[in-house]
Write a protein that binds this ligand. Structure first.
Ligand code: 5AD
Ligand code: SF4
Length: 470
């Protein structure tokens, strides 16, 4: 992988792709419907919205189910082994459907395809895959699909460098009132367990003016909540001359008037006082901070190349809580990193108890080929890893209940996101702190922010009673 400077995809290249899209829609024998299967994080979910946007410009319409689609595209993830196995398993499953419907085209894209050696593997072992491309060239979907259909041959295109910055893709957004906005691509951190920097490339920040223009468009459409996306949003702007910081971006974005602004993900080492101040002072910023700690042991944090200590993490938590006591913290935790002893694991348990996160995503370490940790000695026995993660989950459930108990009796602003499938008078939404709340309501509330008095808590959600509009 080369370490290159950012290459902005030119307007000419984007125009060429738009031409491919138009020519594709005029092809007599072409797929008419599509279905996208998405794995992994919000970044991938948002990439799928862009893929759908391009496919619709090419004249394809969404299919109700993947078995019925003319083109099924798998937008894959490779962060852990099980994500990869799941994607490959589903691709293989479609092979059978394709036997009955040979005109079906199968595509694979996303992080997994960008892994070294994967394109060759797909070519060799998955002969029923018609189109494959990486994360660095998603804008070329019109051209690649055009070539596959026109030549009736397989098209595999994976760029070996990851330096592109793509502006101006069409986006078919899933929700009319919530929207993702990418602010930066890639990651420079090389945490020793993580494959992301290898498949998503170096950090590339979008220009602030492009982000603001996108957000302004969303505000005009009545979007109530945006989520700013990046692997490490706290280093937004580091790669751009002129030095725009993430807190400054937040400040500018919030002036455009969208009621709720979220962001994901913050690396603790780059969490600045300026950001804490902005969180404390800016009412448009949601009262939630996802701050992955990964481990509570200094020895393991060092081996992970996280570049902070448990003490400095706890200090930052203190600072946030002092400045903005209503901000809920969530985290990611990895157990059974190579060499993790009982004492290291107890340090993680201790940290989770001390911080008392609202919730945590917990993972068993999964070796990823090509990363530094994959070569480290001291693999933890799988049975012990399972035992540890179960203890950690049980502890976190206890902590979540503690946090929920503090919320009972309070009135919260809730963005209503949907209706329960089982009971049509039941609605669901999210508090500013990102906790799910269920309540009795009406369909006219969907997409609005309402005031809900919290009355009870279950294991993962709150219950409440609507008090009125915001
Ligand atoms: N094994 C287990 N968990 C991982 N994560 C990233 N890489 C791995 C891995 N190899 C987790 C980290 C990260 C989250 C997105 O996924 O906790 O924060
Ligand atoms: Fe992976 Fe670390 Fe970058 Fe997050 S910050 S994407 S865990 S390398």
């Amino acid at each position: 992988m080369k370490n290159e400077t950012t290459v902005r995809v030119t307007p000419e290249e984007m125009a060429a792709q738009a031409r491919f899209a138009r020519e594709f829609s005029a092809l007599p024998e072409r797929p008419k419907t599509y279905f996208i299967v998405t794995y992994g994080c919000q970044m991938n979910a948002h990439d799928s919205e862009k893929l759908a946007g391009m496919l619709e410009e090419m004249g394809l319409a969404p299919a109700p189910a993947r078995e019925q689609a003319d083109f099924v595209l798998h937008n894959t993830c490779c962060i852990r082994d099980n994500a990869e196995r799941k994607a490959l398993g589903n691709v293989t499953w479609l092979k059978e459907i394709k036997k009955e419907r040979p005109e079906m085209l199968i595509g694979v894209c996303g992080c997994m395809v960008q892994e070294p050696g994967m394109a060759e593997k797909l070519l060799r072992q998955y002969p029923f895959v018609d189109v494959a491309f990486g994360t660095g060239n998603i804008h070329r979907l019109p051209e690649l699909l055009y070539r596959a259909v026109e030549t009736k041959r397989r098209v595999v295109s994976v760029p070996d460098e990851q330096s592109t910055l793509i502006e101006g893709l069409p986006i078919r957004r899933e929700s009319p009132f919530q929207a993702y906005v990418t602010i930066m691509y890639g990651c420079n951190n090389f945490c020793s367990y993580c494959i992301v920097p290898y498949v998503r490339g170096r950090e590339r920040s979008r220009e602030m003016k492009d982000i603001l223009a996108e957000v302004e468009g969303l505000q005009k459409k009545g979007v109530q909540e945006i989520m700013l996306l990046g692997q490490n949003v706290n280093s937004y702007g580091n790669d751009v001359p002129g030095g725009v910081t993430f807190p400054r971006l937040l400040h500018e974005v919030s002036r455009l008037g969208i009621p709720r602004i979220r962001f994901m993900t913050s690396h603790p080492k780059d969490l600045s006082d300026e950001l804490i101040r902005e969180m404390a002072e800016n009412p448009a910023l949601c009262r939630h901070l996802h701050l992955p700690v990964q481990s509570g042991s200094n020895r393991i944090l060092e081996a992970m190349n996280r570049r902070y200590t448990r003490e400095s993490y706890l200090e930052k938590v203190e600072k946030i809580r002092k400045a903005a006591p209503d901000v809920g913290l969530t985290t990611d935790l990895i157990v059974a990193f190579p060499g993790e002893t009982d004492a290291d694991f107890e340090d993680t348990m201790d940290l989770a108890r001390r911080v008392c996160f609202d919730s945590a995503f917990t993972f068993i370490y999964s070796p990823r080929e090509g990363t530094r940790a994959a070569k480290m000695p001291g693999r933890v026995d799988p049975a012990l890893a399972t035992e540890r993660i179960e203890r950690l989950i049980a502890l976190q459930e206890e902590m979540t209940q503690k946090r929920f108990a503090e919320m009972i009796g309070k009135t919260e602003s809730v963005l209503v996101t949907g209706q329960s499938r089982r009971n049509e008078t039941q609605f669901t939404g999210k508090t500013s702190r990102n906790i799910s709340v269920n309540f009795e309501g009406g369909a006219d509330m969907i997409g609005k922010i309402v005031q809900v008095k919290i009355t009870a808590a279950s294991k993962t959600t709150l219950k409440g009673v609507v008090e009125g509009d915001a």
